[in-house]
Design a binder for this molecule. Sequence first.
Ligand SMILES: *Cc1c(COP(=O)(O)O)cnc(C)c1O
Length: 345
Amino acid sequence: MGVLKRYGAKLPVTDKTPSVNLEEGSTPLVRLDRIGEKLGVELWAKLEGCNPSGSFKDRGMVLAVAKALEDGARALVCASTGNTSASAAAYAAHVGVPCYVLLPSGKVALGKLAQALIYGAKVISIEGNFDRALDMAREAAEVRSFAMVNSVNPYRLIAQKTGAWEICESLGKAPDIHAIPVGNACNISAYWAGYRDARVWGNITSLPRMMGFQAEGASPLVTNKPCPDPETIATAIRIGNPVSAELAREAVRESGGEFNAVTDDEILNAQLILAKDGGIFAEPASCATLAGLIKLKESRKLPEGSTAVMILTGNGLKDPDTALSQVGKPIKIGSTLEELMEALV
Ligand SMILES: *Cc1c(COP(=O)(O)O)cnc(C)c1O
């Protein structure tokens, strides 16, 4: 139905807000029993990769773009590790405004780059990391009066709360544990705000513990200091100085949760488990959630029998290179039945 249609009454949407809709949101919440049994929990995965541009970014982008149009913006600009640009480019194309995206050179997954380009955005690759690209985009937005659609745009966080509302509606309660990857820390902050809304409305009676997972090479919220040279294969969370750090700390503190770091190897291992034991192909950043839950289980911090929801933030198809680097190649045969029978072992 689209986020603005389904939840417009609870969002800052007015008579003057144009209706923008790519049928984002209302994503599947899938129970993963084979993996859950091993962890000793009732495990659910929210498949945000099923959004129209393949990541949760669409939930917030739809409102950010609608409000930009309402304010008469002539163009959109953003800095991105990939998914924000894919999403911004998609909505810009859908409503017919130009879109400029700044990407850190060489550090964007192939699928995301292809998306921004095919949707017709002007893609500018800068020498420097995401944090630098963000500063540059901010300045450009000011000089040119473009709408800045990064998560510094307040509408992104507000509309991303819908993910939590959906989970509460689907489960009929809040989970005990909410596992989520953390980059700029907007999404963890949005989910926490969303759960608190749901409690105020009487849809849930308890709140989840917010468990935020970062990649070890980009874990400023775990080490409690900015990380000048973030490095990880999980490019969507390769961020050294999170924009919403304060809100995220508050979410973790108030909910009795934790930030934890997981290594790239643990992320890749979790990606394989999700695919082979869950039938779900999620991009590396998303898999930090399962890697994190496995780590909590090993350190006896995952209560037996609890309900855990993982936010699988992006689709695995966005980063085929990383996936292919850890699986075998297809078996090659000729065209005889004998060869085929030999291969079927
Ligand atoms: C943007 C993104 C994240 C990080 O979300 P933040 O709100 O920046 O913490 C995680 N995973 C994927 C796939 C993303 O695109």
